[in-house]
Design a binder for this molecule. Structure first.
Ligand SMILES: Nc1nc2c(ncn2[C@@H]2O[C@H](COP(=O)(O)OP(=O)(O)OP(=O)(O)O)[C@@H](O)[C@H]2O)c(=O)[nH]1
Ligand SMILES: [Mg+2]
Length: 452
């Protein structure tokens, strides 16, 4: 497993410097073979060494080489980083030299995979590395960092500890039923302990919604009949002329989208074709697309016209959103024009706005913050699960504890009850990578970029 791997860790393109990473048993020796300067096999660990990369006495580049000896490195193996000038040709040439001297080209994520397999980081921390690289807002960066710092892992480890203590007390009872000084584990003693862990899992699951929101952003679909000003609202929100705006109904036919950051959280706003019955085949496809987007949206911005009465289509759309239990805001646009719309009291989350003066835009933003509790996220410490794999394992563990609870309440035999507790403990172990299967690990690390 300790063969030596190398990859370019910076993104490939012209830059001031590039970094090439090598890790494994022969990392230092291989770099030393192509280095002119100090003897790298003799220098102290964690030093930066000045010199040249040479190809048979031909100087290729002037470089700085960091030498980090096992075990205090990212992979826990010997690890070398070459800082060279950032030309694509130079960087590739140095990598090629390393490969010719016995290193193997690393697979995507292989450095992090080694960090995991060598016990330097657990699976949550490894997944946080991907999240940190992909983070696109201040909050998602902080969220990933919490994971990387082990805060999320600690949550899970504490729960496992509680479960293993319960399991141990049951085992003692089963193994040594004759000892009188051992506390008799009865269903009455067991129940509150199980409920405690179960409730903690429920809280983690509920809070993971915040985690996913921070990581993925809020997918917001602007819906409404033609000409009500959907594209104008998109443009106003993004402060950019992104979508075409005309007074012709049916202007937008395809999807136009853009992102903005609201209180550190990404809002992915998608403008759609106005919804109406139409014979125009292109527009029809657009309308179908708009409707199909509702399902995957976190938020619907339903736009109405202040200057027109509410139409049957609008009522139907609102009913549909209510039925689907979707979060939505009704934006009554064009309130610079006289009021003709009449909205029943039963309609909620209404804001009045226009895009000529941007009146109402702040109200719209406040409404979004209110609907998603962004203020609460603002003040939280962001120790949330946000990863689908982790969340589904928590759900499975929770189900096991629900079964345990039923078993206890039905007064089942204690060794039967123990089976589900043990399952929950194993599932929580899978989250941090205590147990794993190779397929999962390969699939997971392949999501990384090269050189990470
Ligand atoms: N008075 C007034 N006119 C507006 C306002 N917002 C948009 N409009 C005008 O309404 C017309 C339609 O605007 P769009 O933003 O293209 O409307 P849309 O809903 O995207 O229309 P489709 O793409 O055809 O579905 C344009 O002439 C805009 O200038 C507003 O707040 N007040
Ligand atoms: Mg439009």
């Amino acid at each position: 497993m300790n063969d030596t791997i190398a990859a370019i860790s910076t993104s490939l393109g012209v830059g001031a410097i590039s970094i090439i990473r090598i890790t494994g048993d022969k990392a230092i020796e291989i770099v030393n073979n192509i280095f002119k300067g100090k003897d790298l096999t003799k220098v102290n660990s964690h030093t930066i060494n000045y010199g040249y990369i040479v190809d048979n006495d031909n100087i290729l580049d002037e470089v700085l080489v960091s030498i980090m000896r096992s075990p205090k490195t990212f992979t826990k193996e010997d690890l070398v980083e070459i800082n060279c000038h950032g030309s694509i040709a130079t960087t590739n040439k140095i990598l090629e030299l390393l490969l010719n001297n016995g290193a193997r080209l690393a697979e995507p994520g292989e450095f992090t995979k080694r960090a995991f397999l060598n016990g330097r980081i657990d699976l949550i921390e490894a997944e946080s590395v991907i999240d940190l690289i992909n983070s696109n807002s201040e909050k998602s960066r902080k969220l990933a960092l919490k994971g990387l710092q082990g805060k999320v892992s600690k949550l899970i480890k504490d729960l496992r500890q509680q479960l293993i203590e319960i399991i141990a007390s049951i085992e003692v009872n089963i193994d040594y039923p004759e000892y009188e000084d051992i506390e008799q584990v009865t269903n009455e003693i067991l129940l509150p302990k199980i409920l405690d862990v179960k409730n903690q899992l429920i809280i983690i699951l509920n809070e993971s919604e915040n985690g996913q929101l921070i990581k993925n952003g809020i997918k917001t679909i602007i819906l409404g009949r033609p000409n009500v000003g959907k594209s104008s609202i998109l443009n106003t929100l993004l402060d950019e002329e992104k979508a075409i705006v005309t007074n012709i109904a049916g202007t937008t036919r395809d999807i136009v989208e853009g992102n903005l950051i609201l209180d550190g959280i990404k809002l992915n706003v998608i403008d759609t074709a106005g919804i109406r019955e139409t014979k125009d085949i292109i527009e029809k496809i657009g309308v179908e697309k708009s409707i199909s987007l509702i399902e995957e949206a976190d938020l619907i911005l339903l736009v109405l016209n202040h200057n027109e009465d509410l139409k049957e289509e609008d009522k139907k759309l609102i009913e549909d959103l209510n039925e689907r239990n979707k979060k939505y805001i009704i934006a009554v646009n064009k309130n610079d024009l006289p009021k003709k719309i009449n909205l029943d009291n039963k309609y909620k989350n209404i804001i009045y706005c226009n895009t000529t003066t941007t009146n109402g835009l702040n109200e719209l933003k406040s409404k979004i913050k209110e609907l998603f509790n962004l203020n609460q996220i603002e003040s939280s410490d962001l120790t949330y699960l946000s990863n689908a794999r982790q969340i589904s394992l928590i759900k499975e563990a929770l189900n096991c504890l629900i079964m345990t609870e039923i078993g206890i309440r039905e007064n089942q035999n204690i060794d039967m009850v123990e089976i589900d507790i043990r399952k929950a403990w194993l599932l929580l172990g899978e989250i941090i990578g205590e147990t794993y299967n190779d397929e999962l690990i390969n699939q997971l690390f392949s999501q990384f970029c090269l050189g990470k």
